[in-house]
Write a protein that binds this ligand. Structure first.
Ligand code: SF4
Length: 361
């Protein structure tokens, strides 16, 4: 398989999770409840944790939302992020409540003194700050300079906020440049990757409902991830937040950035098909699922045309022939079996491969 050199961003610690450097790209989500409704917020948080989320962000628009954070933080496992706009008091309250990261654009806070206070507390507690620029809220000065919320305008806006923090000797920074326009987001992140050393939080904002929203996110973020860009990801869906978690991991798996589960690659079949493929794929998938979080790649192909070549790319591959199946392990044919023995033979080879502790790829 092809590999890509990952952009090496500065390492930032968010509670128990580290991003940047060589750390895994973390999957995060955001609650949809009113944060001050502690029971509802915790219910959603626990669902997200159950789904495997690695960080959770909550909106902190009011003092009552900030005051709820102590109780929320005490009853959750993953790092908590407070999303704050404009109001430095909310940032101070959230940090005092023990959040692990805040999302705040310092350029939106009216007085320098207030920014200094926020940064001093963040520094003292080792809390990073995410600067989140959105194409819909690029400041007037950049809209005037660039004529529209272009990728350049978004990156210049982010750099303005970054410089405020850097001037205060603060470098635990994460940056996001979200847009609902996939190409704008792609270009903005690529530009930011060249112009700043900080980890990038990837997202396509307001991607839509589950289904199309996941595809749109994958379309926008796939190019970046395949370029080695991105340190944490959030898929924004108009639906239950728990879908965002699976979507995030699926996008990382599909781009090969973070392969956590068995992947079964199967051909779509065509007129050259030699074996009864779909039921076989289903059974192999069910078997692979039962293996848990094992990053093994299995390919199942219907005929000898592309079969052997593709099967060679997998950890374990099966290529169908007339009434027979050829089984490959990392490109080497290891068995030839009758069609009715294929399923068992593939399962055996998978188990053997995992037991022998081969480094899966
Ligand atoms: S592997 Fe063979 S059967 Fe499957 S789609 Fe390709 S040519 Fe058709």
């Amino acid at each position: 398989m092809e590999t890509v050199e990952r952009r090496k961003a500065r390492e930032v610690r968010i509670g128990s999770v580290r991003i940047g450097g060589n750390h895994p790209i973390a999957v995060q989500s955001m609650t949809t409840t009113r944060t001050e409704d502690v029971d509802a917020t915790l219910k959603e948080i626990h669902e997200l944790e159950e789904a495997g989320v690695e960080m959770i962000r909550v909106a902190v628009p009011f003092e009552k939302s900030a005051r709820a954070l102590v109780e929320i933080k005490a009853q959750m496992r993953v790092p908590l992020i407070a999303d704050i706009h404009f109001d430095s008091r909310m940032a101070l309250l959230a940090m005092e409540a023990g959040v692990d990261k805040i999302r705040l654009n310092p350029g939106n806070i009216s007085q320098r003194k207030r920014v200094e206070r926020v940064v001093a507390l963040a520094k003292e507690r080792g809390i990073p700050i995410r600067i989140g620029v959105n194409s819909g809220s690029v400041e007037k000065e950049f809209l005037e300079r660039f004529g529209r919320p272009s990728p350049e305008a978004m990156v210049e806006s982010a750099l303005k906020h970054v410089r405020i923090l850097e001037d205060l000797d603060f470098y635990d920074i994460v940056v996001s440049l979200k847009s609902t326009d996939t190409l704008a987001a792609l270009r903005a992140y690529r530009l930011a990757a060249q112009r700043m050393p900080y980890p990038l939080h990837l997202g396509i904002t307001e991607a839509g409902k589950p289904g199309y929203g996941e595809l749109k996110s994958a379309a926008g973020l796939g190019g970046l991830l395949l370029d080695g860009i991105g340190d944490t990801i959030r898929v924004s869906l108009s639906g239950p937040s728990v879908h965002e978690v699976k979507a995030g991991f699926d996008i990382l798996q599909a781009t090969g950035r973070r392969v956590l589960e068995p992947e079964v690659v199967a051909c779509p079949t065509c007129g050259r098909i030699e074996i009864d493929l779909f039921p076989l794929v289903e059974k192999i998938e069910a078997f692979a699922k039962g293996l848990g979080k094992r990053p093994i790649r299995i390919s199942v192909l219907g005929c000898p045309v592309n079969g052997p070549g593709e099967a060679r790319e997998a950890d374990i591959g099966l290529a169908g022939g007339r009434g027979v199946g050829y089984i490959y392990r990392r490109g080497v044919q290891v068995r030839k079996v009758e069609e009715d023995e294929m399923l068992e033979a593939v399962k055996e080879e998978i188990v053997k491969f995992l037991e022998e502790g081969a480094e899966v790829g």
